[in-house]
Ligand binder design. Structure first.
Ligand SMILES: Nc1ncnc2c1ncn2[C@@H]1O[C@H](COP(=O)(O)OP(=O)(O)OP(=O)(O)O)[C@@H](O)[C@H]1O
Ligand SMILES: [Mg+2]
Length: 281
């Protein structure tokens, strides 16, 4: 890149940096993202860069593919109902092992390697996600709905410039661990923290319409329609519901983007948005 162009890019970024200073961004990483070492290294750089500009990233991660792989190794067959994993007691142990033991520590290590200070938490840390078992016709087992979000611990970490990395495992009043969809956890957290952005990094370009064309901007009303008419299915249902919840709860923008190298940085610090953006109206 020419020097003039380079300085123009940096100066343009200054506009975004100034307007976002001190704000919280919640980033949800999908299971596929974490399987790509290069993309993860770039994302860790993005997070550390933003953090050093006084923007406060909070990471919530899923674990789809790794959990399914581990289940198969234990001779179990992954099963989903509307994008939510059916979780019996053995599966819950696998979920904890993979999410907290493997993925969370892996993300923390990547951020620390880039010079940031990440802290791994689960929804049990500081009673972050209190939950109750989901009640519905088909029993999903140890799948939880969040009843309460306690952000005190996360806020303390953000004040001291740590980057919290959160596994979506909650617990109920009896102390049982519950598997919480990571998209839902990210949106509840974003609202409770008063985040200005919620970014979902996933394996698809964004939300696709009936003809498989990318929808680059959609209102809450359009998002609800996509779910109701079945255009959004499987894992896109909790993701769109999370977008709806977050923007209705005061988060200015929710983005769904494909995880490429530095896609996150480009999304927040340039005008070159990719993927889908959900907004109130
Ligand atoms: N209208 C739609 N547009 C785009 N993707 C859709 C749509 N409807 C269903 N999908 C599916 O939703 C999937 C994305 O959700 P998925 O839960 O698999 O990913 P994730 O949330 O990023 O990962 P994880 O659940 O591991 O955290 C896509 O891979 C796609 O198959
Ligand atoms: Mg998902």
């Amino acid at each position: 890149m020419e020097e003039k162009t380079l300085s123009q890019v940096l100066i343009k970024a200054l506009h975004y940096v100034k307007s976002f200073r001190g704000q919280v961004f919640v980033i949800k990483l999908g299971g596929e993202v974490m399987c790509d070492e290069r993309v993860m290294d770039c994302l860790a750089e993005d997070l550390v860069l933003l953090n050093s500009m006084d923007i406060k990233p909070v990471v919530v991660h899923g674990g789809g593919r790794d959990i399914s792989d581990a289940m198969k190794r234990f001779g179990k067959v992954p099963e989903f109902v509307e994008g939510l994993r059916v979780t019996d007691a053995e599966t819950m142990d696998i979920v904890k092992m993979v999410l907290i033991g493997k993925i969370n520590t892996g993300i923390v290590a990547k951020i620390n390697k880039q010079g940031g200070s990440a802290v791994g938490l689960s929804g049990k840390s500081g009673k972050l996600f209190m939950a109750q078992r989901r009640k519905q016709k088909i029993d999903l087992g140890f799948v939880g709905d969040i009843t309460e979000v306690n952000t005190e611990l996360v806020s303390v970490l953000l004040e001291k410039n740590y980057i919290p990395v959160i596994s979506p495992v909650g617990f109920d009043s009896g102390g049982d661990s519950l598997n919480i969809n990571a998209d839902t956890a990210a949106s509840r957290l974003a609202v409770s923290l008063g985040a200005s952005k919620l970014v979902f990094m996933t394996s698809v370009e964004g939300v696709l319409d009936k003809k498989n064309k990318l929808i680059s901007k959609l209102t809450v009303k359009q998002a609800k329609k996509l779910i109701a008419e079945g255009t959004a299915s499987a894992g896109m249902i909790p993701k769109l519901e999370a977008c709806i919840h977050s923007v209705e709860g005061g988060v200015a923008r929710a983005h769904i983007i494909k995880s490429r190298e530095h896609a996150f940085l480009q999304e927040v610090l340039t005008s070159k948005g990719t993927g889908s953006m959900v907004y109130l109206k």
